[in-house]
Design a protein around this ligand. Structure first.
Ligand code: GLN
Length: 537
C-alpha cells in the first residue's frame, strides 16, 4: 500500500498547514499506519541553512544534518519520529538535481523543461521518503499559498500523480481562512471559494477543506462552502483558534478528519488511542505550577526563531506539571549595566544558539548573573560558548577572552574554529551538522538527567571549546562533563558549586517531543521550580 495526502493552503500563508499535516499524520500513526511527513518549500534556496531567522524562523536540523524549515521540527514533535533530508524539498533542491543531471549528459541531448523534467524530479522526491522507509501513507505539505508562481510546478506534479495513480491513492486537503468582518460580525467564504477555484484551474479538486476561523463555524457556513467548492458537507472541517497547537489532533479527531481521509483513501478505519495525548493536553492547558524562564536572545521579536526551544520547555512542563512562562529578553538590552534589574525574579535563564557578535556582550552579562546568583542556567550551542567566555573573563581574569568568531586576535581564544572548518569557504550545509555521539561524566547533572553514559545529539556550529585552555578552565571550577567519544571535543560543561548550570555544544531542543520531552529540559524546568521554592522560603 502506498497512499498520498497532499495539504495545500489558500487565502494566505501562516494558517497552520503544518499543524494540520502533523495532526493527520499523528491520527494515522496512532491507528497503526506507517506515515511519512514531508514539507515542500517553494523557495529557490537549496535548503534553509542560509536563511535569516528573521525572515523564515528557526532553522531546524535533522538527524542526518539537513538544515530545514521549522515545520520539519513540528512533524517530529507530533509524530515522535526522526525525519531525514528526504522529508524536505525546495525548488532549489529540485533544480540543483535536474541541472546536475543535465550537466552530466543524462538527458541525452533532449531539451530540459519544467514539464516533464522538473515535475518528474518532484514526483521522484515525493516518492523517495516513502520508499526509503517503507511507509504506507505520505502526508505532503506544500508551503506557500495556491496562486503563488513558485508553487506551480509542484502543484502540476501533484496533479500528474493524481491522474497516474488509482483514484483512491491520493487525497487533497485544502486549508483556508474564513475572515470575519468586525462591523457585521459576518464570516466570509468568498476568499475560500476563490482559492478553490484557483486550485481547480490547475486541475486539482480538493477532497476536504479545513477552514481556519476564530470561532466554531455555523452549519450554514459549512453548507455554503460545501456547495460552492464542490466538497461533501462532512468534508468541510472547522479549525477554530485553539489554546495550543497540541489540541489540533483532538479537534480533527472530533470532527472526523481521519475518517474522511480513510474513506477517501479506501483504508480501514481503526481505533485511535488518543488518551495519553489528551491527558497531556489537559495538563498543558491547566498547569498547577508556574516558573519564570528568561530566554536571552538576538531575535526575540520573532519567537518562531526559537520555536524548538519554547516547544521543548512546553513538553517538559506538560510532563512535570509546570508551566514555563517565557520572558523574551533582548541580549542587546543587557549591555547598559541593567542586567541585574532586568533578570531579577527569573527562576531560570536560557541562552540559545546564535551567530555573529550582536548581542554577545549582553549574553555574557546574563551568564554572569546566573553564575553568581546561582540561578539555573541552560546554555545551548552559543549558550555554551558564552558560558566559557564569561568564566574565562570573570573567574580567570582573562578580560579579553573571546571566541575567534567575534575577535580573531583575542589573546585567550577559549572558543576557536573547529579544525575541520578551517578550509571551509562555502556557506550552506558546511557547518558541523547533525548527529554526533557524546560520553557523559559520572556524577554530573547531565549524566543524572539522561540516565545513561552515552548519548547522541544534533549539532550546528563551526566553533568549539578550545582544548588548549581546558586544563586551566577545569582547574578553576568549570567541569567538562560531556565529550566526543575520543575525548577530544567538549560537548557539555557544568559548574562546580552551582545548583544547575549546564551548557551544551549541541541542540537538545531539536529532539524534544510532546510525548517524550528531552531529559535536559526536564531537569532544567525542575531546577527552576526548586529555585523558586528556595528563594521564597
Ligand atoms: N556561532 C557559533 C558557532 O558557529 C554557535 C552556533 C550556534 O549557536 N548554533 O559555533
Amino acid at each position: 500500500m502506498r497512499k498520498y495526502i497532499f495539504v495545500t493552503g489558500g487565502v494566505l500563508s501562516g494558517l497552520g498547514k503544518g499543524v494540520i499535516s502533523s495532526s493527520i499524520g499523528l491520527l494515522l500513526k496512532l491507528q497503526g499506519y506507517s506515515v511519512s511527513l514531508q514539507k515542500i518549500d517553494p523557495y529557490v534556496n537549496v535548503d534553509a541553512g542560509t536563511m535569516n531567522p528573521y525572515e523564515h524562523g528557526e532553522v531546524f536540523v535533522t538527524r542526518d544534518g539537513k538544515e530545514t524549515d521549522l515545520d520539519i521540527g513540528r512533524y517530529e514533535r507530533f509524530l515522535d519520529e526522526e525525519l531525514s533530508a528526504a522529508n524536505y524539498i525546495t525548488t532549489g533542491q529540485v533544480y540543483w538535481n535536474v541541472i546536475r543531471k543535465e550537466r552530466s549528459g543524462k538527458y541525452l541531448g533532449h531539451t530540459v523543461q519544467i514539464i516533464p523534467h522538473i515535475t518528474d524530479e518532484i514526483k521522484r522526491l515525493i516518492r523517495q521518503p516513502l520508499e526509503e522507509n517503507s511507509a504506507e501513507i505520505g502526508v505532503i505539505e506544500i508551503g506557500g499559498t495556491v496562486g503563488d508562481i513558485e508553487s506551480l510546478p509542484f502543484l502540476e506534479a501533484l496533479r500528474q500523480m493524481k491522474d497516474e495513480l488509482p483514484r483512491d491513492d491520493t487525497f487533497f486537503i485544502h486549508v483556508t481562512l474564513l475572515p470575519r468582518l468586525s462591523t457585521s460580525d459576518e464570516l466570509k467564504t468568498k476568499p475560500t471559494q476563490h482559492s478553490v477555484k484557483e486550485l481547480r484551474g490547475i486541475g486539482i479538486q480538493p477532497n476536504a477543506i479545513v477552514a481556519r476561523c476564530d470561532k466554531p463555524l455555523p452549519e450554514s457556513v459549512k453548507q455554503k462552502i460545501a456547495l460552492f467548492c464542490d466538497v461533501a458537507r462532512e468534508n468541510v472541517i472547522e479549525d477554530p483558534d485553539l489554546p495550543s497547537i497540541y489540541h489540533a489532533p483532538l479537534l480533527m479527531f472530533e470532527h472526523g478528519l481521519h475518517d474522511r481521509v480513510a474513506e477517501g483513501l479506501n483504508i480501514e478505519k481503526k481505533p485511535v488511542p488518543l488518551k495519553e495525548w489528551a491527558s497531556l493536553v489537559a495538563r498543558l492547558e491547566n498547569p498547577r505550577r508556574r516558573v519564570r524562564v528568561g530566554i536571552v536572545g538576538k531575535y526575540i521579536e520573532l519567537e518562531d526563531s526559537y520555536i524548538s526551544i519554547s516547544e521543548a520547555l512546553l513538553h517538559a512542563g506538560a510532563h512535570e506539571d509546570i508551566k514555563a512562562d517565557i520572558e523574551w529578553i533582548s541580549a542587546e538590552d543587557l549591555i547598559s549595566g541593567s542586567a541585574a534589574d532586568r533578570l531579577a525574579g527569573l527562576n531560570g535563564i536560557l541562552i540559545p544558539g546564535g551567530f555573529g557578535h550582536r548581542g554577545v556582550e549582553g549574553k555574557l552579562e546574563a551568564v554572569e548573573y546566573a553564575r553568581t546568583q546561582k540561578i539555573p542556567y541552560f546554555g545551548l550551542c552559543l549558550g555554551l560558548q558564552c558560558a566559557v567566555i564569561e568564566f574565562a573573563r570573570n573567574v580567570l581574569g582573562w578580560s579579553q577572552a573571546n571566541t575567534t568568531e567575534n575577535d580573531p586576535n583575542t589573546p585567550h581564544p577559549v572558543i576557536a574554529l573547529l579544525q575541520e572548518q578551517s578550509q571551509v569557504t562555502q556557506k550552506g550545509g558546511t557547518m558541523r551538522l547533525g548527529i554526533y555521539e557524546s560520553v557523559l561524566a559520572q556524577g554530573s547533572i547531565s549524566r543524572r538527567c539522561y540516565g545513561q553514559d552515552e548519548i547522541e545529539e544534533r549539532h550546528r556550529h563551526r566553533y568549539e571549546f578550545n582544548p588548549a585552555f581546558r586544563d586551566r578552565l577545569e582547574g578553576a571550577g568549570l567541569r567538562v562533563t560531556g565529550t566526543s567519544a575520543d575525548g577530544q571535543l567538549v560537548e557539555i560543561i557544568e559548574l562546580e558549586g552551582h545548583p544547575w548550570f549546564v551548557a551544551v555544544q549541541f541542540h537538545p531542543e531539536f529532539t524534544s517531543r510532546f510525548l517524550s520531552p528531552h531529559p535536559l529540559f526536564r531537569g532544567f524546568i525542575k531546577s527552576c521550580l526548586e529555585q523558586q521554592s528556595s528563594s521564597s522560603s
